[in-house]
Write a protein that binds this ligand. Structure first.
Ligand SMILES: Nc1ncnc2c1ncn2[C@@H]1O[C@H](COP(=O)(O)OP(=O)(O)OP(=O)(O)O)[C@@H](O)[C@H]1O
Length: 599
């Protein structure tokens, strides 16, 4: 028998090896993660995004899955080592013409290969489950962070606003999770293969004379020198890709955003006949995308050309080195083929780091984009805003100062108190700060200071000139921000009739793009129906009847006064017909001055 291993006892040796490898890898990985998170910027960024997911207080499943993936990776490496020996036996038996040994080795190989295929499939399934679970959690985490404290809106006011949060949440999260898995399991797999196959190569390696000196274990030395030099050159060629990848994501997202805006404002653009301008704007964004794509392509061309040449040379390199010893009879045929296999494995493992430079560049760019979004969310929550406290039965404003971002005052020291049933009409020239006053009262405007007490949560409602209509049915639009099932059929229909939208009664559950179908006046009437349904204690109406005629405006305000007599109303409007529905008037006079009068 010409077996290269003691196959009878190999299962015990393999088990011991796997157990040792598991413990060593676990300790080394934990130490590496800790060091990276402590001493590198991207390590810290990774920690911010990943550690909360693995927090044991949330559950043990994520960590246990990682351990399972690690165990499967180690198992796969060990199998590859055994397969390499099984192949050695096959070729050695062939070289020596031992038919029986050959068939025994074929059977051994078949069993090992079958186990390898099954374990690869299991490993793939476990990895996919892990990736999907992590991605679901992280997407939810990012959305929650973005929505909390009005960050999705107030982030426009921070010093460094971020572009395209939608792309960061949708694409970058997915990329981050997939790359984290790929790069970490890839690193473990490459490191273990490197150790295992270097040992094999070591055993098969002999001395080689170089410039009159004998280099011992030359195969190992040459493999390492070869790949390390290649890696260094590849790093130099690939380095600009980090910045270019970052740019690519940003430019593509900005092009996509311009297309979405075109779709969203199609009617206005069509009325203006603005296609030429739109085409030019789209073309200029797309040109930037393409220019960057070309720079990336040329950079990749260099990198790929270099990587391919390195890989091709590596195919024959071990045969050339071992051939003299084979012809001298010191090596079996199986040893030569196993050398080539081990060299390939060492080369591939080392090359993993070189070839994944590209992925790593994109990975770092993704980390930057995700953490920049989290920073912007955080900063926007820290932006100043007036102190708002709950007061269920009044609106009390004390010493409110509002100014523009350029520090021009809009409102200086506004103080007022409103009781249930009272109504205030805010007037003033365009740009005097009427809408900004409402933004300040809703804690959206960061350039304001003072104290506000008002009914909290859903007991205060803001209705703007163009009410927001969410995607979905008319009932969803009516009930917003409450869920649609909150309003009974009868009530919903009655409200539509009340605001003179009875013709939509039969379409109440139709899903449509309602903000495109309904006229601005109909949308404003729907906004009033929403107020009537939600019965707030305080309603802010910002030019909420600007698109309806005076008769309809009268009818809508009368409805509010009749059905919600206790509701405090603060309106912004220009028409004198509104005077009759308000008990107090606030005039914004510009440069921070204001005047208050009773109606
Ligand atoms: N995000 C912003 N950045 C910079 N300036 C802003 C911003 N939002 C509003 N402003 C400025 O603040 C001022 C007040 O704007 P606001 O929308 O409150 O006016 P308004 O009285 O409601 O006007 P109109 O009657 O035309 O609706 C304007 O000069 C406006 O340009």
């Amino acid at each position: 028998m010409t077996a290269s291993l003691d196959w009878r006892h190999e299962w015990l040796a393999s088990l011991t090896w796997m157990a040792t490898a598991f413990i060593v890898t676990l300790v080394a990985s934990a130490a590496a993660v800790w060091l990276l998170a402590r001493y590198t910027r991207w390590g810290r960024q990774f920690g911010r995004l990943a550690f909360p997911y693995f927090d044991l207080r949330r559950g043990r499943r994520p960590l246990l899955t990682v351990l399972l993936i690690l165990a499967l990776t180690i198992f796969a490496v060990r199998l590859q080592v055994l397969i390499s020996y099984a192949l050695n036996d096959i070729f050695t038996a062939l070289g020596k013409m031992y038919a029986q040994d050959f068939w025994v080795s074929i059977v051994r190989f078949t069993v090992l290969a079958a186990i390898f295929v099954i374990s690869s499939l299991i490993s793939y399934l476990v990895s996919q489950r892990f990736i999907i679970h992590w991605r679901t959690w992280l997407t939810d985490h990012m959305i929650t962070d973005w929505l909390s404290g009005h960050a999705y809106h107030r982030s426009q006011y921070v010093t460094e606003p971020v572009d395209n949060p939608d792309q960061r949440i949708q694409e970058d999260v997915q990329q981050f999770v997939e790359d984290s898995h790929y790069l970490s399991t890839g690193t473990v797999d490459a490191a273990l293969r490197l150790v295992s196959f270097t040992a094999i190569l070591w055993g098969l390696s002999g001395p080689i004379p170089v410039f009159g000196h004998e280099v011992p274990r030359a195969m190992v030395v040459l493999a390492y020198v070869y790949v390390l030099v290649a890696s260094l050159i590849a790093f130099r060629i690939g380095r600009p890709l980090i910045r270019l990848e970052f740019l690519r994501e940003g430019l593509s997202a900005s092009f996509r955003y311009a297309l979405i805006r075109l779709r969203d404002h199609s009617e206005n653009i069509a009325f203006y006949g603005g296609e030429k301008m739109e085409r030019a704007a789209l073309a200029s964004r797309f040109t930037a995308v393409i220019k960057n794509t070309w720079i990336i392509a040329l950079r990749r061309l260099k990198l790929q050309g270099f990587n391919d040449s390195v890989t091709q040379v590596a195919q024959v390199f071990p045969y050339v080195i071992q051939a003299p010893r084979f012809f001298a009879g010191t090596l079996m045929l199986g040893d030569v083929t196993q050398t080539a296999d081990a060299f390939g494995q060492v080369h591939n493992s080392l090359s993993f780091f070189r070839n994944s430079y590209d992925s790593f560049a994109a990975y770092q760019a993704g980390l930057d984009r995700l953490t920049a979004l989290m920073d912007a969310n955080h900063d926007s929550r820290r932006l100043p805003s007036p102190t708002v406290a709950d007061h269920p039965g009044a609106l009390v404003i004390e010493g409110l100062r509002v100014w523009r971002p350029d520090h021009e005052p809009l409102i200086d020291g506004l103080t007022l108190t409103m009781s249930p049933g009272e109504a205030l009409l805010v007037k003033g020239a365009s740009g005097s700060g009427k809408t900004t006053l409402l933004r300040s009262l809703a804690s959206l405007w960061p350039h304001a200071h003072g104290t506000i007490r008002r009914p909290a949560g859903g007991r205060t409602q803001f209705l703007s000139q163009q009410p927001y209509l969410p995607m979905g049915s008319l009932r969803t639009a009516l009930a917003y921000p409450e869920p649609p099932d909150r309003i009974a059929d009868q009530l919903a229909r009655e409200m539509l009739h009340a605001v003179q939208l009875g013709h939509l009664e039969c379409r109440i559950d139709d899903e449509a793009y309602w903000s495109r179908i309904l006229s601005p006046g109909e949308q404003q009437r729907l906004g009033f129906a929403r107020i009537l349904l939600n019965r707030p204690h305080l309603a802010f109406l910002d030019e909420a009847t600007s698109a309806v005629d005076e008769g309809l405006e009268h009818a809508l305000y009368r409805l509010i006064r009749e059905r919600l007599p206790e509701c405090m109303v603060v309106s912004v409007g220009h028409r004198s017909t509104l005077n009759a529905f308000h008990t107090h008037h606030l005039n914004l006079l510009g440069a921070g001055r204001w005047g208050m009068s009773a109606a």
